[in-house]
Design a protein around this ligand. Sequence first.
Ligand code: TXA
Ligand code: MG
Length: 321
Amino acid sequence: MTTKIGTDINYASGLLQAGSLVAIPTETVYGLAGNALDENVVLSIFKTKERPEFDPLIVHVSSIAQVEKYAQDIPQAAYDLMQRFWPGPLTLLLNKKNNIPDLVTSGLNTVALRMPNHPLTLNLLNSIDFPLAAPSANPFGYISPTTAKHVADQLSGKIPYILDGGACEVGIESTIIGFENNVCTIYRLGGMAVDEIEKVVGEIQITGSSVSDPRAPGMLKSHYAPAKPVYFGEMSHLIKTHALKNAAVLCFTGDDHDFPQDVPVYTLSPHGNMEEAAKYLFAALREFDQSGAQFLLAEKFPEKGLGKAINDRLMRASHAE
Ligand code: TXA
Ligand code: MG
């Protein structure tokens, strides 16, 4: 199969209606999309991504009305969050209706729903009469793609079309929130900062990754991982405990340390802007993976705003098992 890349919404829409998969841009990362209501299509998403079927998919919609079509018992807090943050990088776990196939939710009785904030994809969603199941458009466990080229690098030949919406603005996957027993809980840190969410729903719980049966396998310890080793921690400690020969370095502002000239340094935001750092995180991890460096020393970010989610991804990238 040849993979085309372009901005033709009608073409993408036709493919989706015919049961094919299309890679779609969102503000967080690119998704591998297909008709969420068609089990065969959903199965082909799992196959193309080599994703285990126990890991449920996010369903993308273009309105709150559509949420009511596929979910029930929607708590008030969910409405408050949708009204405040959608379209945006926030996914809600809600009790599913029967029209969502069990394969989408891996047999769970909740479905993950989100309205992505990207003009091309919102237009695309409005041109079809079904929602789109879309995991990140990367092979399972690898770094999520934030450009059409990232998608092509790994899925070329496996899908007919990549809808090119440019580089993702947020650059890190959506924050996932559930409402079990009316307690708001974050299942995956992501592109919507915890402090912003707390302004709407009050103090919120965050589940750790130590659970043996993770509710969101995005919470699995080893995930979002380059093929080569990543060591994550305070930079002053990392450079004391690792020889810098063959290393690359990933840091926030690059201000605090001097590195030898021959060490490649990925500085995510010279002026200390956390949103900018999140936007370039995955591109930097991919660049490192393709470089000659043998391992990466990744600095722990300040735990403010998106810093928590950045640290979460780097921590998971640093787990080899
Ligand atoms: O930003 C995003 O969320 C991107 C874009 C494409 O929308 N999508 C994304 O999908 O990151 P994926 O499949 O890579 O990650 C979805 C996460 C997985 O960790 C999955 O376990 C969790 O969502 N998830 C999906 N449905 C769930 C459910 N019913 N209960 C708990 N976790 C769920
Ligand atoms: Mg993913």
